[in-house]
Design a protein around this ligand. Structure first.
Ligand SMILES: [Zn+2]
Length: 678
């Protein structure tokens, strides 16, 4: 049997041949990939020569090619286009992969070589980047238990394996919940919905084969418009309850037991490595360094944000009374009345805005911004195999030279998990010749009916810019070693390139050119632009409280000091009570579907990162403002040099300082959210 993973990819840009890859290819490819990698690691560990940077670190950077190749394809598809077969393989593989990596990180001979190099690092004559790679490897190994021995080592390995399975199950449960939950709606139920949302609901009903004219799902892009516009209070409540209880229904897909076990094992793991809590372990390898520092920032913003949210609540309650109603504002009413109030106060209406925010035009806007800042050009390719017909791909050049391929997978579908993210099929490096990256952005925008343009809300357009900012971080990467490529940076630094990029969407120069009406082609009227600007900080108390409550609950789960069984529901409630969570606002991600922190270690004790990075991006964008030009060439050149192209080659605080000329100032964040004390 031929297996595309065993062959050289003679495709354009050596892209994955998705047309040839079938589910049955993964198991054998993983099997051989793991075997090859294990043999290569064994050879490095047992080399009968004294360790050198070349024969140890560079060889480690070089090995595991087949494993990487299959992992990049499989890892992406299980998130963006999965099925029962892939999910079964994923679940079966989770502990196998964890075992494999444990064997690498807990290999005593191998670590002895790395440790020896690390101890002698000052005398090895390494370049600054080589020094970073060596330090990074040493830290990766230490943080993965390399210094443990005996029973502790075994316990550590067991915990890691179990956590891998739990994380996979957690994500699959949420996806299954979202796939199964559809709310069928009658004509009367959709009263109040503007044309775009009504069409999307009709499309959902057709797609999900619901026996009703309309339907909504619990994916954010489906649920939020309904909660914003639907006049039916009863249906809003129904949907809100379905949406906020994903993974929390005491059924086969319930995630609470997984949370309890995960928290317990993470705490145990931190103790084995000598940290008092998992958050201490996690943050030791971040810009914030300690949970106390991260929490201090969250709390600094929480107080003014909560105060603002309470004022917003009072305004919404007033509106309800003015309508002659006498119920108390509930969580499922907030978006609906906020939209009404926004219309009253700023004469701004989301439905009026959307025809100007066409997906295709927003993609162009993101590309054009990158052209102006970094000299990139984009050309759509039709000769590259794709894994789904909705996916598109562009060749990216810088100054006429090929630098990357960019894949865009924008529409929601049942086989895709919720949210939006950037990832890659291959990362940049030049250790053995130039390897150019294959970067992908995945979003969950509602797919329009055939023949109609996809329209975005302003938030969705911002998401597009956000993910494209991450994409640029991968595509502009200009490093030698794979370990330091692109987004291989501290978690609380990684949101800087993405959040910074969002600022350009709000630039008049960008909107005037690309926010053109889907039917008439007319640019967005100046008055509408003005109204948008005026309404910029409307409802920011709500947004901030939604986010911060999730970040603080994440910190609390990972600040547990004893290895005990927690009751996740009671724990979350106590955590929210302690900060005085307004009952009219729900966490942006309640713990039973908090994918960021429970599907793996990516953002665990790390959801605060968005705010940490916002200190940097709010302050960073001011560098352009101060220069008087949103595309100021010298500032953009520094941005490229120190932020977008440098991957993990620099100290992150130092990189920011080089770009900005000083340390960041939190004032810009507070002002940007309209939370600065008057
Ligand atoms: Zn992001």
């Amino acid at each position: 049997m031929t297996n595309p993973f065993f062959e050289t990819w003679n495709t354009p840009f050596q892209t994955p041949p998705f047309d040839a890859i079938k589910p049955e290819h993964y198991r054998p490819a993983y099997e051989r990939g793991l075997k090859e990698h294990a043999a290569e690691v064994y050879a490095i560990a047992n080399l009968g020569e004294a360790p050198t940077f070349e024969n140890t670190i560079e060889e480690l950077e070089r090995c595991g090619k087949l494993l990487l190749k299959v992992e990049a394809v499989f890892g992406n598809l299980t998130s963006s286009h999965t099925n029962d077969e892939l999910q079964a393989i994923e679940l079966e593989l989770a502990p196998v992969l964890a075992q494999h990596w444990n064997a690498v990180y807990l290999n005593a001979e191998l670590f002895a070589r790395i440790d020896d190099l690390y101890e002698r690092r000052a005398s090895l004559g390494l370049s600054p980047e080589q020094m970073k790679v060596l330090e990074r490897y040493h830290l990766d190994f230490v943080r993965s238990g390399a210094k443990l021995s005996g029973a502790a080592r075994e316990k550590y390995a067991h915990i890691t394996e179990r956590l891998a399975t739990l994380g996979t199950e957690f994500g699959q449960h949420v996806l299954q919940d979202e796939q199964e939950t559809v709310l069928a709606l009658s004509e009367a139920d959709v009263a109040g919905l503007p044309e775009f949302a009504r069409e999307a609901a009709a499309e959902t009903a057709r797609e999900r084969k619901v026996d009703a004219p309309y339907a909504v799902t619990t994916s954010r892009s489906s649920a939020e418009p309904f909660l914003t516009f639907a006049d039916s209070r009863e249906m809003r409540e129904k949907l809100w309850r379905l949406w906020t209880t994903r993974g929390d229904n005491n059924d086969a897909q319930d995630n609470k037991a997984i949370i309890a076990e995960t928290v317990k094992l993470r705490t145990e793991r931190a103790h084995l490595l000598g940290y008092p809590t998992f958050a201490h372990y996690k943050l030791a390898d971040s810009m914030a360094k300690t949970p106390e520092t991260a929490r201090a920032l969250l709390e600094q913003v929480w107080t003014p944000a909560r105060k603002r949210a309470m004022e917003e609540r009072d305004d919404l309650q007033k509106l309800i009374s003015e309508e002659g109603q006498n119920f108390a504002l509930a969580a499922w009413d907030w978006r609906y009345y906020a939209e009404k109030l926004r219309k009253d106060r700023y004469d701004l209406d989301e439905a009026e805005l959307m025809p100007y925010l066409q997906l295709d035009k927003m993609i162009e806007a993101a590309f054009d911004t990158a052209a102006k800042l970094f000299g990139l050009s984009f050309e759509e390719r039709h000769d590259v195999a794709l894994y789904h017909p909705d996916v598109r791909v562009w060749e990216v050049k810088k100054g006429g030279k090929h630098v990357a391929l960019f894949y865009g997978d924008y529409f929601a579908r049942p086989s895709k998990r919720g949210g939006a993210w950037m990832s890659s099929f291959r990362d940049q490096d030049r250790m053995d010749g130039e390897v150019t990256p294959l970067v992908i952005n995945t979003c969950n925008f509602p797919k329009p009916p055939k023949g109609e343009p996809a329209l975005l809300s302003f938030d969705e357009a911002k998401t597009l810019f956000h993910e494209f900012g991450h994409g640029l971080h991968g595509m502009l990467s200009n490093v030698t070693y794979p370990r330091l490529s692109g987004t291989s940076v501290a978690r609380d630094f990684v949101e800087l390139p993405s959040q910074l990029y969002e600022h350009w969407l709000e630039e008049p120069a960008v909107l005037e050119k690309f926010a053109v009406h889907a039917e008439t082609g007319a640019p967005m009227p100046k008055a509408l632009l003005e109204k948008m600007r005026a309404a910029r900080n409307f409802n920011k108390g709500f947004d901030t409280v939604e986010f911060l409550s999730s970040a603080l609950v994440d910190m609390d789960f990972h600040a547990v000091r004893d290895v005990t069984d927690i009751d996740p529901a009671a724990f979350q409630k106590a955590s929210l009570d302690a900060i005085g969570m307004p009952k009219e606002i729900a966490m942006r991600h309640a713990s039973p579907h908090f994918l960021h922190i429970f599907t793996g270690d990516g953002y665990s004790a790390g959801y605060y990162s968005y705010l940490w990075s916002e200190v940097l991006d709010a302050d960073g964008f001011r560098a352009f403002k101060e220069a008087g030009d949103p595309f100021h060439a010298a500032t953009a050149a520094r941005l490229y040099e120190y932020i977008y192209s440098s991957g993990g080659t620099r100290d992150f605080a130092e990189a920011y300082r080089q770009f900005r000329g000083r340390d960041p100032d939190v004032e810009a964040l507070l002002e940007g959210r309209g939370l600065k004390a008057a």
